[in-house]
Design a protein around this ligand. Sequence first.
Ligand code: SAM
Length: 230
Amino acid sequence: MDGVQEVLRFHDYGRIFSVPGLYEELFYSKLQCTSPRTIAGLLKDALAEAGGTPGSLRGLDLGAGNGMVGEALLQLGVSSLVGADIITEAETAARRDRPGVYADYVVADFPRLDEATRQRLQAPRFNLLASVAALGFGDIPSRAFATAWSLLETPAWVAFNIKEDFLSPQYQHGFSLLVKRLVDSGLLEVHRRHAYVHRLALDGTPLRYLALVGIKRGEIPSEWWEKLDD
Ligand SMILES: C[S@@+](CC[C@H](N)C(=O)[O-])C[C@H]1O[C@@H](n2cnc3c(N)ncnc32)[C@H](O)[C@@H]1O
């Protein structure tokens, strides 16, 4: 960077995405993130077991960043993908680093979609939602996930990851509560529940996550929305 040293906060994605290759170097080379290929692999197996084919899937990648997950899903044979993120730097980086992966890329705050953006996101009739390394603990709030859920057809495949202890009884709010209710009610029919090392922390400690892959079986009831955070 022109010999200039800059201190970046770890979650300062805008600045990280602005430097080509930095996100991959940090999260994938140094911290050994495995999640895009882990989740794509689980989806592939679950789909095959259920008699589905990747070519029938039209996906929304929520918290898409610069396209690592989109790339893995496209390699699987998914027919089309739309990326979505809250920062414009992510869209710029995805177009720069992985042109052609996303048919469209929407920069929006999901709990507050305007009508034009909602229509743009309804047009592809998504039957796959992927959200990787982006949910819970300060990233994508539960209302944003619920909004993405509302954009899916029924049935639709849903594939995401969360911290391993996120479904434990100690968490009773926000995204944790929403996922528990989706699973317990059968609105999310779970086909794969896989504990694994998502990546290393900066001090080298393995960060254990849970990947969930399943099928949306219905809409989120209106009374649940009151408890969602944004
Ligand atoms: C760790 S990155 C993951 C990127 C990509 N999914 C991957 O696995 O490489 C988290 C992404 O979530 C995005 N994000 C955070 N909060 C968000 C929100 N409220 N809505 C949409 N995207 C959000 C960030 O901008 C960032 O691009």
